[in-house]
Design a protein around this ligand. Structure first.
Ligand SMILES: [Zn+2]
Length: 429
């Protein structure tokens, strides 16, 4: 990937101080439990999730005023019925800002960044106790907001959505509603970046040079036919989410930063889930960013000290420079994808007869922005792409390499070197 000087300049605008102010403001609402107060009096008093929601909305609106109204600020509100962690029907509101693409065809393509603005303490049903949620997930919310502030000063052919959701701690309710809405509206979300616990907790064993990027292997929505192909052809590590994770790794090499992505080839950590899963379940490519090492005393815990050990998700444990580095990696990924052509369509590998050569065919990248295509390949045992070859502006290519020995993919590239997500071919008899 060729670095884009405009993207590099935008990354320099990401500010640890701004992120700190955002996180401290979120903490000031005392609790952002999804089932906490959202009546007008509580909002006016700056207490509870309703106040947090209104503040996030006003921040997006402020960024929009600074870019001549370039952001469309929206809410997605719905009533979640009573459930295990929802004692009575509760209104949940996702707040988001849309930076619409400048090219009518490519504007239909969407890349998205999200964090959850709700918080919790030891008891998920506690509606008024202090739940600062500085790291979980004030940090991810701050990443989404900071990406919006910085990237809204730029223009991209494709659309970027900066999302903040609620209801995560009650069961991924907000993201689940949003992903289903996207699916039902036919939104073409090419990538969803979920940031959850990216505060870089300042415990001694933390590695602040690393952020983990989790991605599903076998797609949640794989059909029986898909599963048969995956089993026969070794497709376990080539879901769209996995290709997105590799794209993040490449962005990390192209725009070097003080934090490096560490790809984790699993959906999420043991015993845990997150909002990327809601997008995966609707068939979208989505990954999760999380700090290298979590301190579980500082998550989902009432603020207290026991035998000299401090518990609670307090701002003083957050490393703001680290959050800023993670925000840069997110912003670079969003900007690269939103600048790139769409991925080539209908990518096939011809398997009509037994032969050692490998012929791939595809349809041009929709939207007319591709200047050419590249072939990628790797050994079947390699975690990431090892080789790439420029093919020019063609829609068919025969490689002397055997498809039995490597994994191939095709990606589209524009004149400036922006790369689409790669597509692994399906067999075509
Ligand atoms: Zn979380």
């Amino acid at each position: 990937m060729a670095p884009d000087t405009q993207i590099s300049a935008a990354l320099r605008q990401v500010s640890a101080e701004r992120i700190q102010r955002t996180i401290e403001k979120l903490v000031s609402f005392q609790t952002r439990s999804t089932i906490s107060a959202q009546d007008p009096a509580s909002i006016a008093a700056g207490h509870g999730i309703g106040a947090a929601r209104e503040w996030i909305k006003s921040e997006f609106e402020r960024y929009s005023r600074d870019c001549g109204g370039c952001l469309e600020v929206k809410t997605d509100s719905f009533t979640e019925p009573a459930a295990e962690r929802i004692p009575s029907p509760t209104e949940i509101t996702n707040v988001y800002a849309v930076l619409k693409g400048t090219d009518s065809e490519n504007a239909k393509r969407i890349v998205l960044v999200t964090g959850h603005y709700d918080s919790r303490n030891s008891d998920t049903l506690d509606i008024s106790g202090v739940a600062p949620g500085a790291n979980d997930d004030g940090s991810g919310t701050a990443v989404s907001l900071e990406c919006a502030r910085v990237l809204s000063k730029m223009k991209f052919p494709a659309t970027i959505i900066f999302l903040t959701v609620a209801g995560e701690e009650q069961g991924l309710d907000g993201s689940s509603h949003f992903a289903k809405l996207a699916k039902s509206e036919g939104w073409n979300i090419e990538a969803a970046l979920n940031n959850d616990i990216v505060g870089g907790d300042r415990s001694p064993q933390q590695d602040s040079s690393v952020v983990r990027v989790f991605s599903e292997g076998v797609p949640a929505g794989a059909s029986e036919t898909d599963l048969r192909l995956i089993r026969n052809l070794g497709g376990e590590s080539d879901s769209p989410s996995r290709e997105l994770a590799r794209y993040v790794a490449e962005v990390g090499r192209t725009y070097p930063d003080d934090v490096k992505p560490m790809l984790i080839f699993r959906l999420d950590r043991y015993l845990r889930g997150g909002d990327h899963i809601s997008f995966n379940q609707q068939g979208y490519a989505a990954v999760r960013f999380t700090e290298f090492r979590e301190n579980f005393n500082h998550q989902h815990q009432n603020v207290r000290t026991e035998d000299g050990t401090e518990f609670g998700d307090l701002p003083k444990f957050v490393n703001y420079d680290y959050v800023a580095n993670v925000a840069r990696l997110n912003a670079a990924t969003l900007a690269s994808l939103a600048s790139a052509p769409a991925a080539p369509a209908n990518v096939r590998i011809i398997t009509r007869k037994l032969e050692n050569d490998s012929t791939l065919t595809w349809q041009p990248s929709p939207g007319g922005r591709a200047a050419g295509y590249e072939l990628l390949w790797r050994s079947t045992t390699a975690p990431d792409w090892e080789h790439s070859q420029s093919l020019g502006n063609v829609t068919q290519f025969t490689s002397p390499l055997s498809k039995d020995n490597v994994v191939f993919a095709i990606r589209a590239v524009d004149k400036a070197g922006h790369e689409s997500l790669p597509v692994v071919p399906s067999p075509n008899r």
